[in-house]
Design a protein around this ligand. Structure first.
Ligand SMILES: NC(=O)C1=CN([C@@H]2O[C@H](COP(=O)(O)OP(=O)(O)OC[C@H]3O[C@@H](n4cnc5c(N)ncnc54)[C@H](O)[C@@H]3O)[C@@H](O)[C@H]2O)C=CC1
Ligand SMILES: CC(C)=CCC[C@@H](C)[C@H]1CC[C@H]2C3=C(CC[C@]12C)[C@@]1(C)CCC(=O)C[C@@H]1CC3
Length: 344
């Protein structure tokens, strides 16, 4: 009993120096957990946290970081903007198999994976999609392709007979202060004068999820992960439960940072096929010059289609509900990015 209670509040966050990972760490500390962080790069200091710097692609690096802990949170991934197929495969697929193997050897009881709602997205409308939707047969990019492989691996590893329980959390469009993808890329796009027009008619509803709600969903999942729990071996959408027109959300952020927001829409299919052509051109020119287009087919699809998800399963099985409403999350985010304000 002593061993179990001693391990009970000890956990490791793999990818804990990242945008979401650090919020999970902060939430765990608030809840009285003993927290270790494993990451390939240490990006912050906190005397309450034990840091392990290593590469999850090397299973031997993992062992010291997960020794004597009950729960591992795995939220490491290469940035979705990367186009390095091999990196995605090594980190998200092979690396995740390393984590499963290392957890089982170390006697870790719970593995909480940060997956993505995008694992069912193929660039066409999804309205109030449930977790029962099939995995994307034709993922739109390498990132999504390896997130599908990763989630399948983790859920299949759920093994009550080995006292090893797994769960996958599927957030979508995570935003908040310290984000490295959404707001910084949006501001760069605005500064390049590329947000004069919106893609599509601006009516498509999308889930954007304030980061504290995602961290909250991860802790709820860990707390409900135990023998005979209906949570084991399942995926859960975690959203703000407030789908919003994509360009309304973007305009709120842009105007909050004093950038002009798009007023006119361009035909979605025209921009999508233009983006696909540009992607092919960049591929052909790669041996001569590396060009990274802002509007990739995936981003155009995300900007021009409906994609919002039901979190009913998380509400029913984990008692999930967002702790920060969307409007408040947007205000906190704008405030957190004052340094990116338009001063012209
Ligand atoms: N940002 C978003 O909108 C969404 C993100 N996700 C998922 O959430 C998770 C966290 O995403 P973010 O916090 O946005 O990413 P991030 O890039 O801020 O954090 C990822 C962390 O993983 C670490 N990492 C990468 N490769 C590693 C390796 N080989 N060994 C050890 N550590 C490594 C990085 O150093 C970084 O600290 C990812 O799994 C991502 O797929 C899911 C849905 C939406
Ligand atoms: C069209 C344009 C240039 C918009 C600027 C914002 C975009 C960079 C974000 C809008 C939706 C975001 C998003 C993700 C990354 C950043 C955006 C494309 C993810 C692909 C990140 C990883 C995931 O798991 C799914 C996310 C979907 C939404």
């Amino acid at each position: 009993m002593a061993t179990r209670s001693r391990k009970g509040k000890k956990c490791t966050v793999i990818g804990g120096c990242g945008f979401l990972g650090r919020y999970i760490v902060e939430r765990l500390l608030e809840e009285g957990y003993t927290v270790s962080v494993f990451d390939i790069a240490k990006t912050f200091e906190d005397d309450r946290v034990k840091f392990f710097v290593g590469d999850l692609c090397q299973e031997k690096d993992l062992a010291p970081a997960i020794s004597d802990v009950q729960t591992v949170f795995h939220c490491a991934s290469p940035p979705p903007s990367s186009d390095d197929r091999d990196l995605f495969y090594r980190v998200n697929f092979v690396g995740t198999k390393n984590i499963i193997s290392a957890c089982k050897k170390a006697g870790v009881q719970k593995l909480v994976l940060t997956s993505s709602a995008s694992v069912v997205y193929e660039g066409t409308d999804i309205k109030n999609g449930t977790e029962d939707l099939p995995y994307a047969k034709k993922p739109m990019d390498y990132y999504t392709e390896t997130k599908v492989l990763q989630e399948k691996e983790v859920l299949a590893a759920n093994s009550p007979e080995e006292n090893f329980f797994t769960v996958a959390i599927r957030p979508h469009g995570i935003f908040g202060p310290r984000d490295r993808q959404l707001v910084p890329i949006l501001v760069d796009t605005a500064r390049a004068g590329k947000t004069k027009f919106m893609i599509g008619n601006g009516e498509n509803l999308v889930d954007f999820t304030y980061v504290v709600n995602v961290a909250h969903g991860h802790l709820l999942a860990a707390e409900h992960l135990h023998k005979d729990s209906p949570v084991c071996g399942k995926a859960f959408h975690i959203t703000n439960d407030e789908p919003i027109p994509f360009w309304t959300f973007m305009s709120r952020i842009l105007e909050g940072l004093n950038y002009p927001s798009p007023k006119m829409g361009l035909p979605y299919l025209l921009i999508y096929y233009l983006a696909a052509f540009l992607q092919l051109l960049c591929l052909l020119l790669k041996p001569i010059k590396e060009i990274k287009p802002t509007f990739t087919p995936m981003r155009v699809a995300l900007a021009g289609t409906y994609h919002y998800y039901s979190c009913q399963r998380a509400k029913q099985l984990m008692g999930y509900k967002p702790v920060v409403p969307l409007d408040e999350g947007i205000k906190l985010t704008v405030k957190g990015y004052a340094h990116l304000q338009n001063n012209n």
